[in-house]
Design a protein around this ligand. Structure first.
Ligand SMILES: Cc1cc2nc3c(=O)[nH]c(=O)nc-3n(C[C@H](O)[C@H](O)[C@H](O)COP(=O)(O)OP(=O)(O)OC[C@H]3O[C@@H](n4cnc5c(N)ncnc54)[C@H](O)[C@@H]3O)c2cc1C
Length: 584
């Protein structure tokens, strides 16, 4: 079944997030709805015609390591060339280095399309864009001039080298070393693991961004620096020359995204890889966070992508497969007529819409934080981005796993058979809650760093904004919405109560607050997802479908809010008290 880019749904999400208002689209009128539609339709064509046909091939073949070089699956190189030639790698990038400078909200819309069509392929430009961001913000003029144009054109790709065997979630433990050389460069030695697209045959150079420690660096994250380490050193004429001392020493065998090479990278086995400092010594993590925050939102978008793809596939199958008789039917019915299948399909649909809405709200706030005329508006928007990023990442990726699993269930036994394609979605989705900061780490980030932001104003102003959205819904008086509205108001109340509780506990009993972090993020997302669906319904004009989705969400998901609040406020203590049965 061929993937169809949901251009109308994405455009609705862009509108509902207020993206076409002045101040977000670079303050210009040029990027109106028709232009964005044209971009997304072209992206959709590329996704369906070029990337989608390689998705199952990539899954079956995988990438492999041959004579020290990673070889991608058949067709991959050609598709990548077309991708770069089409200018797709340049969408959100700075115009002064050849980028198209499109807003983040439009870029993530295209990112959804690549990843829905082929997530293992989509990983590569996603990481390159993160590396471009970090280099643009932290790099010297020389580094930017030498590397950015070729990365933006797609001639070269970028990687993110954080993880080491002893340093996963905890980057304090990074041990890769960087020793200053007399010529102002550094010699990098160490091993990085799980590096996506650490090596491949798509381009003639790969630009690694690497976290490492100087010999006299303070311990912990305050002693981490960021380095650019090219696979091939780049001469003054801009062309790749001598091979640098960095190799791919192994490829991981994985549950999903098997075509995306996950590499063990060895730096400096022969005297030290030549690295160039990005930003200041010992301040590398701050720059890397630029890349990680953008990547966190992009990984959330990968979640939306897989959820959309799984939903499309299940909807089609449910219309074709006949089993049993629905009430009143004289012959075997398509399974879509059975209420239990309807429940699953609607759950898949609304979770996807809610996840897309949260990601889009985060991207719109990102654009506002750069483009708004008033400094105060920019600051408040930056707070909103910081608050919503862990929610977007964790919720949308949990949704991907839930929706992909429901997609298999809708297919029955066929869902478990690889040829159908539904199983691949679940296998691919399963990495999403793990990489780019596990969802547990996102929840801890939300509770410990984001709730205290701006003295608590970031979260209180968010809750106030959701209240305004609900009031708008009340005023609109959509038919059959009374119970739904009541449930969403109760969900908002539950979130406000749980927020006060968890902020208090953070001071008095931090372990209890940490035990409640994941259900707290889930409750937050329930409210944020409801907010996104209300905005969609209010923007829908005469189309009654978004209102029916909103009602389904509120009556089937928002109703869970007080249960989650109880899990946070009562259940957290038993997390600490209950016996795990581990003997020491
Ligand atoms: C396919 C794939 C691609 C990847 N791509 C890249 C890449 O390109 N670049 C890169 O640098 N890395 C990459 N990674 C690494 C990835 O980001 C890490 O796997 C992830 O950050 C988790 O680290 P870990 O595996 O060491 O797990 P651990 O940190 O050991 O975590 C194990 C469990 O403990 C929990 N945990 C850990 N610390 C805490 C805490 N303080 N409080 C509560 N719970 C905690 C975690 O949430 C998790 O559930 C990739 C990984 C995979 C599998």
């Amino acid at each position: 079944m061929t993937y169809q880019a949901p251009v109308n749904d994405i455009l609705s999400a862009l509108k509902a997030a207020g993206v076409f208002k002045a101040g977000i689209m670079n303050g210009s009128d040029a990027l109106d709805e028709a232009t964005v539609r044209a971009i997304l339709e072209e992206a959709g064509k590329f996704g369906s015609e070029v990337l989608d046909p390689l998705n199952q091939i990539g899954d079956k073949t995988g990438s492999c390591l041959r004579d020290g070089r990673v070889v991608t699956p058949p067709g991959w190189s050609e598709a990548y060339r077309q991708f770069a030639d089409g200018g797709w790698s340049a969408l959100p990038c700075p115009p002064e280095y050849g980028g198209q400078g499109l807003p983040s909200a439009v870029a993530i819309s295209a990112c959804e399309i690549w990843n829905a069509a082929n997530m293992a392929f989509g990983m590569c430009p996603l990481l390159t864009n993160g590396a471009i961001d970090a280099l643009h913000i932290g790099g010297s003029q020389d580094l930017k001039a030498r590397y950015l144009p070729r990365m933006i054109s797609g001639d070269w790709t970028g990687t993110m080298n954080l993880t080491e065997p002893q340093a996963g979630s905890d980057l304090n433990a990074v041990a890769t070393r960087a020793v200053p050389a007399e010529d102002g460069t550094y010699r990098i030695t160490g091993t990085k693991i799980y590096i996506s697209y650490g090596d491949h045959d798509l381009t003639d150079n790969i630009i690694h961004l690497v976290l490492a420690r100087l010999p006299d660096a303070p311990p912990g994250t305050r002693g981490i620096s960021l380095f650019l380490v090219p696979k091939f050193l780049v001469g003054d004429d801009g062309s790749p020359g001598e091979r640098n001392d960095v190799v791919c020493a192994g490829l991981e065998h994985k549950l999903g995204i098997v075509a995306s090479p996950t590499c063990v990278m060895k730096f400096g086995e022969n005297g030290g890889a030549i690295g160039f400092l990005v930003g200041e010594e010992n301040r590398g993590l701050a720059t890397m966070f630029v890349m990680m925050n953008a990547a966190r939102l992009a990984v959330g978008v990968q979640g939306v992508a897989i959820a959309e793809r799984a939903t499309q596939r299940a909807l089609k199958y449910a219309q074709e497969r006949r089993q049993g008789r629905a009430a009143g039917a004289k012959e075997m019915s398509p399974i879509i007529d059975h209420p239990d299948i309807r429940r699953m399909l609607l759950t898949m649909r609304v979770l996807t819409l809610a996840a897309r809405g949260i990601c889009m709200a985060t991207a719109a706030a990102t654009d506002l934080s750069h483009q708004a005329g008033e400094a105060d508006t920019r600051t408040r928007a930056a707070d909103r981005v910081a608050l919503l990023t862990p929610v977007a990442k964790a919720f949308a990726t949990d949704v991907a796993v839930e929706v992909a699993s429901l997609g298999i269930q809708v297919h029955g036994g066929m869902g478990f058979i690889e040829d159908t394609g539904a199983a691949q979605h679940l296998r691919d989705a399963r990495i999403l809650p793990i990489y780019e900061g596990t969802n547990g780490i996102q929840a801890i980030d939300l509770v410990t760093r984001k709730l205290p932001l701006s003295g608590g104003d970031a979260v209180t102003s968010y809750l106030a904004d959701v209240n305004v959205t609900l009031n708008n819904l009340r005023t609109a008086a959509l038919p059959q919405m009374e119970f739904a509205l009541e449930q969403m108001a109760r969900a908002l109340e539950a979130l406000a109560t749980a927020t006060e509780w968890i902020v208090r506990k953070l001071q008095s009993h931090p372990q209890v607050a940490l035990a409640g972090a994941t259900p707290y993020l889930q409750l937050f997302a329930l409210v944020a997802g409801g907010d996104a669906l209300v905005r969609l319904a209010l923007n829908a004009g005469n189309d009654a479908v978004p209102a029916s989705h909103l009602r389904f969400f509120a009556e089937n998901r928002s109703v869970m809010a007080w249960g989650l609040a109880a899990t946070i406020m009562a259940g957290s203590v038993s997390v600490l008290d209950a016996d795990l049965g581990v003997t020491t």
